[in-house]
Design a protein around this ligand. Structure first.
Ligand code: ADP
Ligand code: MG
Length: 253
């Protein structure tokens, strides 16, 4: 593999007696896009939380660009270049989409500074609004956006920080098919500029378009690490999705 940007080694996480992640280990290469799959409740979001500092692992090591980030707070990990989006992004009521993007451009800036943009911020924000199909709603309250638009805005915000690794939690769930194609194009373009990605996603079409490799979690354990086209032939993957007809149809189709 090319240079490793993320190395997860023997990570475990439990909530009381419920073991949610067990001995999870995998790597993401610099500039790679890796899919993270698994049935509902298999631990995907928990794994992103642990990797991005929103939750502490109980055991194991997480190396980001060769530095240990296990247990480090999320804002510090983000400053190192690892950012993530959420399954259900929430946005502030009192800020417009444009103001949210301005605020996101000022590392360490207070909320009020967001209303007095620096020179140069305008054009960058305008380019992002255009790229992410948000120009028409730029002056609306960020909280009034549709679920799909909030996802686009949260990805734009994450990419504004120029990350080395972007972790996305179900980026296309609830997103209109047209915006979904736009998202694929944008993620490819940013990947071309060197942003590696770890993407939790159920949409196999999306996964095939973006990922050369997939990791599959089942009950907190990694059961496969293979190319998307090999998933349907993988017995453990087939078994993990048995009885979960809707998800199975998507992943094994
Ligand atoms: P996925 O994203 O794959 O659907 P999650 O990581 O959200 O799965 O959840 C995995 C398991 O961990 C689920 O059984 C869930 O109920 C449990 N879980 C997640 N977060 C918490 C928490 N904060 N407290 C207790 N249980 C949790
Ligand atoms: Mg989840």
């Amino acid at each position: 593999m090319a240079d490793t940007v993320l190395a997860v080694e023997a990570v475990a996480k439990a909530f009381a007696a419920h073991k949610v992640l067990t001995d999870v280990r995998f790597r993401v290469g610099a500039g790679e896009i890796v899919g993270l799959l698994g049935p509902n409740g298999s631990g995907k979001s928990t794994l992103l939380n642990v990797v991005s500092g929103f939750s502490r692992p109980d055991a194991g090591e997480i190396l980001f660009r060769n530095e240990s980030v296990a247990g480090m707070p999320a804002h510090r990990i983000a400053r190192h270049g690892l950012v993530r989006t959420f399954q259900l992004p929430s946005m502030p009521h009192r800020m417009s989409v444009r103001q949210v993007l301005h605020a996101g451009s000022r590392e360490g800036a207070g909320l009020f500074d967001a209303f007095t943009p620096r020179r140069g911020d305008h054009s960058q924000v305008d380019v992002l609004l255009e790229q992410f199909a948000l120009t028409a709603v730029a002056d609306q309250s960020a909280s009034s956006l549709s679920g799909g638009q909030k996802k686009l805005l949260s990805i734009a915000l994450a990419l504004r920080t120029k990350p080395k690794l972007l972790c996305l939690d179900e980026p296309t769930a609830g997103v209109h098919p047209q915006l979904r194609s736009r998202m694929v194009e944008l993620l490819r373009a940013f990947n071309g500029r060197g942003v590696a990605m770890l993407v939790v996603e159920h949409d196999m079409h999306f996964i095939r378009e973006l990922c050369s490799r997939c990791i599959v979690l089942d009950r907190g354990e990694i059961i496969a690490d293979c190319a998307p086209d090999e998933l349907a032939k993988n017995e453990r993957v087939v078994e993990a999705y048995l009885g979960k007809s809707v998800e199975r149809q998507k992943v094994l189709a």
